[in-house]
Design a protein around this ligand. Structure first.
Ligand SMILES: [Zn+2]
Length: 478
């Protein structure tokens, strides 16, 4: 850590050098926000919401370290809430600049941000009804109207085309293959030609079901790289086997298979996986309910991208009008559609958000299905500390949800190898594919164990200085 201290500086001692502040996703997987400051510009890279543990969520309420109106621009890598979900709060706080992102990120943000505003309003209203907020009245962090205002800041840009995002700051978006629209961003600083940076955002995997793999990194001086799975090795084949077997077993005992899935991308990946397994005869052709308005809206964006032959989509799916229907796809749009699933004939598959069972319609399905041993819950994504998904993985026999305890008798299956995040080895390989190694890598977006494992891997494999920054830490880039 000596290197960090050496490179740290206060706002008064940067001596005109560009600096980077880690305002989130530092030793955690949430709230990605990195503030680049040069003598001429201030640009925020990603503008994520803190989710998960309460102590992290409370950070959403901390005042932004500088008046938001003083920011020149925001650059967004992709439309997951932990990367874009704070933008409405920033706009509410006075930010009036452009927020650059790819066109598909803008399309997906138009789905997730208003939904997030709605949820914050509902949570605040619920807290007021139940009287359990410390504040009276409880206030939403932002509203749906704030989210709409934030969407008006979005400036869609093309992949591969350098854009001047602020005085002396040029950004180029490259495919990250994590979700539709996702990018890693190369940054060139005009006044400091040696100071090139790269923000990995969340990095996808070479075998994403529908997206092309990440583009190899450029040679840059400083790399800010994610480490969600820095201490893990994905075993795709094992995850697929566990998933297929769980579906087949549950179908045999005529149960329900509940799959909590992130509304954006994971739903698409799971539908394609089901389609593949059905066609291979590994699982029966079952009704598949997608019960999440947001997931269905995102699905429409993916379908459009496939139909229109979007360059992010794998060639084999370009022009396919219905790549995501395994056979028995049923879309549950209204809350009546959702409730009707409770009485559906079994076996059936229910894909619903949120992905870590922190809220959303999946809560009702879990509350109904967990107590019955014929059912299964298949966890296919990352389950952060403090979430119900993580509690289930740990083998809990009861789970608190919707204000009461529910017995857990259903089979809980860990199939997290379906990740759309690269694992530690894949990130190392990706970094190693740059023409030259960076001078320094800042390892972010990982819980401490994962981040420090990634730091060791980078040190050994890439040979550059690797640092796991702390929350709020500021470093000079020269
Ligand atoms: Zn992401």
């Amino acid at each position: 850590m000596a290197a960090t201290e050496h490179r740290s500086s206060t706002s008064d001692s940067s001596g005109g050098s560009p600096t980077l502040r880690f305002l989130g996703a530092a030793r955690s997987v949430t709230g990605s926000r990195f503030l680049l400051e040069t003598p001429r510009a201030r640009v925020l890279f990603d503008c994520g919401l803190f989710q998960g543990l309460k102590e992290l969520r409370l950070r959403n309420w901390d005042p932004f370290p500088l008046p938001p109106e003083r920011l020149d621009a925001v650059v967004l890598t992709h439309a997951h809430l932990d990367h874009v979900g704070y933008l409405p709060a920033l706009v509410r706080g006075g930010f009036r600049g452009p927020a650059f992102c790819t066109a598909n990120t803008a399309a997906l943000a138009a789905i997730v941000l208003p939904d997030s505003g709605r949820l914050q309003q509902e949570d605040a209203a619920y807290a007021n009804r139940k009287g359990f907020s410390k504040h009276t009245p409880a206030l939403p962090l932002y509203t749906e109207a704030d989210a709409q205002a934030a969407l008006r800041r979005l400036r869609p840009v093309a992949f591969g085309v350098p854009v001047d995002v602020a005085p002396g700051v040029r950004a180029t978006f490259r495919r990250a293959g994590h979700i539709l629209g996702s990018a890693w961003v190369r940054v060139d600083l005009e006044d400091h030609s040696a100071d090139t940076l790269l923000f990995s955002g969340d990095l996808g995997r070479s075998q994403h079901e529908i997206l092309l793999p990440p583009e190899p990194p450029d040679a840059v001086a400083t790399c800010v790289v994610e480490s969600t799975y820095g201490n893990r090795r994905h075993d795709e084949a094992l995850a697929l086997t566990r998933f297929a077997d769980a579906v087949a077993r549950t179908a045999e005992r005529r149960g329900a298979i509940v799959i909590p899935a992130f509304a954006v991308d994971r739903t698409e990946v799971m539908l394609l996986t089901l389609r593949r397994l059905v066609r291979a005869g590994r699982i029966p052709d079952l009704p598949v309910y997608v019960d999440s308005p947001m997931a269905l809206a995102a699905l429409a964006v993916y379908e459009r991208a496939a139909r229109d032959g979007d360059p992010e989509i794998r060639p084999e799916y370009r022009g396919d009008p219905a790549p995501f229907d395994p056979g028995g796809l049923i879309e549950a749009h209204s809350s009546d559609d959702s409730k009707a699933i409770h009485d559906a004939a079994l076996p059936a598959i229910i894909i619903s958000a949120s992905g870590m069972a922190t809220g959303g319609r999946v809560m009702h399905h879990l509350a109904r299905r967990l107590p019955d041993a014929r059912n299964s819950v298949v966890l296919v994504g990352y389950q952060a500390e403090g979430t119900r998904g993580r509690t289930l993985l740990r083998g809990a026999t009861e789970l608190k949800m919707l204000g009461r305890y529910v017995a857990v008798r259903a089979e809980i299956v860990d199939a997290s190898g379906f990740s759309v995040h690269a694992d530690g080895e894949e990130i190392a390989q990706w970094l190693a594919s740059a023409p030259t190694a960076p001078r320094a890598a800042f390892v972010v977006h990982g819980e401490p164990e994962a981040a420090f494992a990634m730091q060791r891997t980078i040190t050994e494999r890439i040979g550059c200085l690797a640092v796991v920054p702390q929350y709020g830490e500021r470093v000079r880039l020269d």
